[in-house]
Design a protein around this ligand. Structure first.
Ligand code: NAI
Length: 270
């Protein structure tokens, strides 16, 4: 049920691959809340064709863009303003990929050109997206820019591999760019640190099934789902959170503040 929280707002949503994607759920919720937006993903992801369903459902146009390619991003931003009829109020960066993870290379055995590629896609792309918006003066005052991250940026989870380092870099970019976007354009920049979520990117992490069960038992409120992450994102795009910026916001049912839960203790005394 919508509350018109985003009525009249224009957005760009990166990263809806299929109906499991966090970006997919966020696009559906943004539509319910009255937003209009452009959907974008890497040209290679378009071939799967799924995003067309989402575009039809939400009355959105799709503009392919590789988030590591500055020329693609420039074209995306200017075309989006044309299509949507003005400056952009919200942007979701929901992009992540590690070649080392994909190809099963351990953290202690990185292939560095793969590490660099994963960093470019998962972390530096956030800077590229923001720099493009900033230079084009494409964000409306009191706009909101958001990226998704994971707690492996603060604490070690061995199977998260080089994505841990990418997320640490991504979170730092949010703070650094948030300063300039805040002082010069009154735009906020945040990251949401989300629970493990069964999506294509999530399930790519080794040992994901065991880990998501562990996180569920460790979190007083249970794991946050993709739909709940979409709900939280909507609040951050709305006018109800105008002074929240340069923050890494945990959305994890309490996992990050829990030392150990009774359920986990009990599983050791069985
Ligand atoms: P997903 O696999 O549905 O989405 C990842 C997206 O990144 C895909 O749409 C993919 O096409 C896009 N992408 C990859 N390379 C790209 C490029 N060069 N240019 C543009 N787009 C590109 O998975 P999910 O889980 O929805 O991922 C979204 C975000 O949430 C990622 O940043 C991920 O790291 C983060 N996250 C996911 C968690 C999980 O357990 N699934 C937990 C915490 C954060």
């Amino acid at each position: 049920m919508g509350h018109n929280l985003l009525k009249g707002k224009r957005g760009i949503i990166f990263g809806a691959l299929d109906e499991l994607s966090i970006a997919w759920k966020t696009a559906e919720r943004a539509h319910e809340e009255g937003a209009t937006f452009v959907l974008t993903n890497a040209p290679i992801a378009m071939r799967m064709g799924k995003i067309n369903e989402l575009a039809a459902k939400t009355g959105s146009e799709i503009i392919p863009a590789d988030a590591t390619d500055e020329a693609d991003l420039e074209a995306l931003v200017s075309k989006s303003m044309e299509i949507l009829g003005g400056k952009i109020d919200f942007v979701l960066h929901s992009i992540g990929m590690s070649v080392n993870v994909r190809k099963g290379r351990e953290y202690t055995d990185q292939k560095y050109d793969w590490t660099a590629k994963g960093w470019d896609v998962s972390a530096l792309s956030f800077h590229k997206v923001m720099q493009t918006l900033y230079k084009a003066d494409a964000m409306s005052e009191w706009g909101s820019i958001l990226a998704l991250t994971y707690m492996a940026a603060q604490r070690t989870f061995p199977d998260y591999n080089d994505m841990a380092d990418n997320k640490a870099y991504l979170e730092s970019i949010a703070r650094s760019f948030g300063y300039f976007f805040g002082t010069e354009k009154k735009v906020r920049v945040n990251t949401i640190s989300q629970s493990p979520t069964p999506t294509t990117a999530g399930k790519g992490v080794k040992g994901f099934d065991a880990f998501i069960n562990y996180a569920e038992k460790m979190s007083p409120l249970g794991n946050a789902t993709a739909s709940e992450c979409a709900d939280y994102s909507i609040t951050l795009f709305s006018d109800l959170t105008r002074k929240v910026t340069m923050q890494n916001l945990f959305h994890d049912g309490g996992f990050s503040s829990t030392g150990v839960s009774q359920q986990i203790i009990d599983s050791f005394s069985e």
